[in-house]
Ligand binder design. Structure first.
Ligand code: NDP
Length: 310
């Protein structure tokens, strides 16, 4: 019998209990799943930010922690966590949702949809938008989500450049890495999508100097994390016209404070951290299958590199 502690807010337990039980049944494992188990009996913890668990050292037999989200910044630096930490990768839920959200917002900017949706002066401007082949898109972060979005945008005809920490060879994408690669990736990009994790190495990566490398009037789409952008530099770039529009899903403080300038800026779209959500029905299988792997003696999937922070 393996004991799995669900350590997240009560409303999440209400969403996840039934799908998790179904997914665990499908693995054939004998299990006990609950929100309140004796600490010494816990084998695995399913974890989400604002969890009731902050001190993992009270679980002497803990084998691994499975994060419900893709981003792990709430737990990765917890010094009491000494067992493997797996993050959420779910092709059919989280990844698909991100592809849809990024593609939609890229297409909105590419086609200049706002000018037609919001046209109070009834201006008949029949200038055609460029074709996608003439609209270079750059994605910072070529992980699970960045690569899936790159593939979708490439399939729509956009020339896509991606940037990551390690060198990559991805069919149909100009994949760059390193400091020089970042400069090249940003230079003259017309649409920039941020899909990096929030780590000490990525904080404020989009500062004034790097925003200035983009094509004048470029569109910025950030479903990654708020601290990737220097907010003041972005506001200045929006005011100067260097950035034509910013669609922001994530922020340094969430919910975004009511008095934050992003709410009222005419060329900022705020979405409430909904670019992609962990979907209980599919995520439950990702979690259960990973626990089953561990129980079978196989290495767990999607383990976090604690030193790199993601
Ligand atoms: P992955 O870990 O699969 O990918 C992260 C990518 O970022 C990798 O390509 C990695 O490089 C790159 N990277 C990390 N650090 C650096 C660095 N210092 N320099 C250059 N590249 C770097 O993560 P996912 O694709 O699954 O998720 C990405 C992020 O998306 C999450 O961390 C989270 O913040 C965000 N997210 C947001 C959601 C939302 O609703 N807004 C939902 C889900 C996720 P390498 O490939 O070399 O390791």
């Amino acid at each position: 019998m393996i004991n799995i502690l669900f350590a997240a807010l009560t409303e999440r337990w209400e969403q996840y209990e039934t799908p998790l039980r179904a997914a665990l049944e499908a693995t054939g494992l004998a299990y006990c799943l609950g929100t309140d188990l004796p600490a010494e009996e816990v084998d695995y913890i399913i974890y989400a930010p604002n969890s009731t668990v902050q001190d993992f050292s009270i679980f002497p037999n803990l084998k691994a922690v499975l994060n419900l989200w893709a981003g792990v910044e709430a737990v990765v630096n917890n010094p009491t966590l000494t067992v493997p930490l797996a993050r959420m990768v779910d092709e059919h839920g989280l990844t698909q949702g991100m592809v849809e959200w990024v593609t939609g917002h890229v297409m909105r900017h590419h086609l200049g949809m706002d000018a037609h949706i919001n046209n109070p002066d009834r201006i008949w401007d029949d200038t055609p938008p460029p074709l996608s082949k003439d609209r270079p898109v750059t994605i910072l972060g070529l992980g699970v989500l960045g690569q899936a979005c790159a593939k979708a945008l490439t399939n729509l005809g956009f020339p896509v450049t991606g940037w990551s920490r390690s060198a990559k060879d991805i069919l149909g994408i100009r994949a760059l890495h390193g400091d020089d690669g970042l400069t090249q990736a940003l230079r003259d990009a017309q649409i920039l999508v941020l899909l990096l994790p929030n780590t000490s190495a990525t904080t404020n990566i989009m500062n004034a100097e790097r925003l200035a490398l983009l094509a004048p009037g470029a569109f910025l789409v950030n479903p990654g994390r708020g601290p990737l952008i220097d907010d003041d530099a972005l506001l200045a770039a929006l005011d100067s016209g260097q950035i034509g529009h910013a669609t922001l899903d994530v922020f340094r403080v969430e919910p975004l404070p009511q008095d934050h300038a992003f709410w009222t800026h005419p060329r900022v779209t705020v979405t409430p951290h909904i670019a992609s959500c962990t979907r209980p029905d599919t995520a439950a299988h990702a979690i259960a299958d990973n626990i089953a792997r561990s129980e079978a003696g196989a290495p767990m999937l999607h383990l976090v590199d604690r030193d790199a922070g993601y």
